[in-house]
Design a binder for this molecule. Structure first.
Ligand SMILES: [Fe+2]
Ligand SMILES: [Fe+2]
Length: 627
């Protein structure tokens, strides 16, 4: 029995580790019967953890988060200590923790405890930046504006701490950390605005004026991250050289070769990757190197790096930037850009891209599958996917790449997308034969015979869309993988972005573009009145009928899944159909539902696919294939 907030945290963490352990056993087990037993065991364990955690959160945390009642000092202290200690260790619910910090800063503000108030506002923004969009991000940005002012109020902070040097230094460091996070947030945009990043860096650098206030050791601690941001901003400017402001170009351009020459004097393993690679890329964009030369330099450097990332290290994101993982996420995009700029024929380009992609895929497959809660990993992989998908000019290859990304973080999502694709394929196969007229708009014709004649293309469109529809979830894997408690409201609001993210990814590639709108609409209701994203009108879409079908299959898989979903046991097939029947005309397309109910053979086929045995078979197959 858990009685205090720190105990709750400890217990919660242990539970997550236990689930990870079973997941690892699943990946290591070959015997199918034993494997199925383990899978069931896993869902039982997850379910019971869910109930316990839920009870504990309801008694210890939720009353604090959701009530207006003032906090007592001891509760605030416990909450503060846990939220602070654990958010660096990624207990995988950053959004929940963000909520705690909001609650806490209001508490400290009301108490007039300025230091703790500032510290919680800082922690809130640091936490929220990397993980949220929409209102929460806006709120985090507001806090930064509030915090940033203190970089120039160092004298005030000194007076406030009345000679307590430790507290003063801590306070300043947190202010700087927040500005650093703002930089990281700008950097994490899919199309980073490098001029804004330079602004952030300049703002952070204002602390240099107050060098004299700090001891030698304190200054070292301040200067190190400052220099790191400096190097990074140069690197990012090189990668995005064409969008750097003209004046800034003139100002920072001359610094590149100097850093580069210094680096070449060092042995490879001692080089600073960002300085070294930054120059190479800069040299290409400013016309000093040809694409072939740039490619060769990048290639040989990235191949010379053999250091492995330890994904199991809790502080893994602090590992050095010259590991293979960091190398892959930073140099692959420029390498693809170079291939595109080559003067060779397109067949050779295609071959080179396939080779490069294969290397990336192979590396991604080495990421331990059971590392469930790693937000930095989610970020890096999503960016990698976003960047690279644009260069792939073969749709089978693109989908294969998407698959490897999904499985690296969420085996369950891959299984879900395969199941959804199988269901939609089964229904569509019969629906086209019986009612070709339903597909006139999507096929752009007035003639039902045309639809029948092009059934294969339609099936491929549907199947591939279903396979890609949830790729946006990779950005929130750390939330979704948290299966042992109810999602908080903020987390849920964040999850609602996933169709938009899927859409953005798919739109990046010419061949995947037709699937983008179908993915975007898959959480909208048939009548267009409910679901998300609100701005998307599924009924006006050319793909409306396929969106409706995907919605049905998506819900069907979720509702009947006895293994994957935590909060409810998979429902019986008839009751799922009864729910569809009830929602026909509002939530679901009534024609599709009526067809499902009338075609007995189809009904049985789907019942079989979604049954416990059918599902166990699919789970086993996918685990074997991708472990
Ligand atoms: Fe979804
Ligand atoms: Fe889905």
């Amino acid at each position: 029995m858990v009685n205090t907030i720190p105990e709750l945290y400890r217990e919660y963490r242990k539970r997550l580790e236990k689930v990870d352990l079973i997941e690892k056993q699943l990946l290591d087990t070959d015997n199918q019967a034993e494997w199925t037993r383990l899978l069931l065991h896993k869902s039982e364990v997850v379910r019971s953890f869910y109930q316990e955690t839920e009870k504990e959160l309801n008694s210890l945390i939720n009353p604090i988060l959701y009530s207006e009642k003032p906090l007592d000092d001891e509760t605030a202290r416990q909450l503060y200590e846990c939220a602070y200690d654990y958010f660096n260790n990624v207990i995988c619910d950053d959004v929940l923790e963000s909520q705690m910090f909001v609650r806490l800063w209001k508490h400290y503000r009301d108490c007039g405890d300025e230091f703790h108030e500032r510290s919680c506002r800082c922690a809130f923004s640091n936490n929220a930046f990397l993980n949220v969009e929409g209102n929460l991000r806006k709120m985090a940005l507001d806090q930064v504006e509030w915090v940033a002012a203190y970089v120039e109020k160092i004298d005030y902070l000194r007076r406030l701490h009345k000679g307590d040097r430790v507290a003063f230094f801590k306070d300043v460091k947190r202010v700087l950390e927040t500005l650093h996070s703002q930089y990281e947030m700008e950097r994490s945009q899919f199309e980073p605005n490098v001029n804004r990043m330079i602004d952030c860096f300049n703002r952070l650098s204002k602390i240099r004026k107050y060098r004299g206030y700090f001891s030698e050791e304190e200054w070292e601690q301040i200067e190190k991250p400052l220099n790191e941001v400096g190097t990074d901003v140069m690197f990012m400017a090189a990668l995005n050289w064409n969008s750097v402001d003209k004046q800034l170009k003139e100002f920072i351009g001359p610094a590149y070769p100097i850093g580069f020459i210094d680096q070449t004097k060092l042995p490879v393993e001692q080089r600073d990757t960002k300085v070294y690679v930054g120059y190479i890329v800069y040299a290409f964009y400013s016309g000093l190197l040809k694409p072939e030369q740039t490619f060769t330099l990048l290639r040989s450097y990235s191949r010379s790096i053999v250091k492995e990332y330890d994904f199991n290290d809790p502080n893994w994101h602090e590992q050095p930037a010259d590991s293979r993982f960091a190398m892959m996420t930073t140099t692959t995009k420029p390498m693809f850009e170079m291939i595109d700029a080559f003067s060779c024929d397109s067949a050779k380009k295609k071959r080179m891209k396939a080779e490069l992609l294969y290397e990336v895929k192979t590396y991604i497959e080495t990421i331990p599958r059971e590392c469930a809660c790693k937000e930095y990993l989610d970020q890096s992989l999503y960016h990698l996917l976003y960047d690279l998908i644009a260069f792939i000019d073969d749709d089978a290859m693109a989908i294969e790449f998407i698959d490897s990304m999904i499985i690296s973080r969420q085996m369950a999502t891959l299984i879900h997308t395969v199941m959804t694709a199988k269901l939609s394929e089964a229904i569509l196969d019969r629906l086209v034969d019986a009612h070709p007229e339903m597909f006139l708009t999507v096929m752009g014709t007035d003639d039902p015979a045309y639809v029948t004649a092009h059934k294969k293309a339609l099936m491929t469109l549907m199947y591939n869309s279903a396979r890609c529809h949830d790729i946006g979830k990779i950005l929130i894997a750390n939330i979704i993988n948290t299966q042992i408690r109810r999602l908080s409201d903020m987390e849920y609001s964040y999850i609602k972005f996933h169709p938009k993210w899927s859409y953005e990814i798919l739109m990046r590639n010419r061949l995947l573009r037709p699937y983008a709108e179908i993915a975007l609409g898959h959480h909208r209701s048939y009548d267009g009145k409910r679901g998300y994203p609100k701005y998307f009108d599924n009924r006006a879409s050319k793909y409306n009928i396929l969106i409706d079908l995907l919605t049905v299959c998506d819900c069907m898989d979720a509702a009947t899944d006895v293994f994957g979903r935590n909060y409810m046991r998979g429902k019986r097939f008839e009751s799922v159909i009864a729910e569809f029947h009830k929602g026909a005309g509002t939530q679901y397309n009534p024609d599709i539902i009526a067809f499902l109910e009338s075609d007995k053979e189809l009904y049985r086929e789907i019942e079989e696919l979604t049954s416990e045995q059918g599902r166990a078979k699919l789970y086993y197959h996918i685990y074997r294939q991708y472990r």
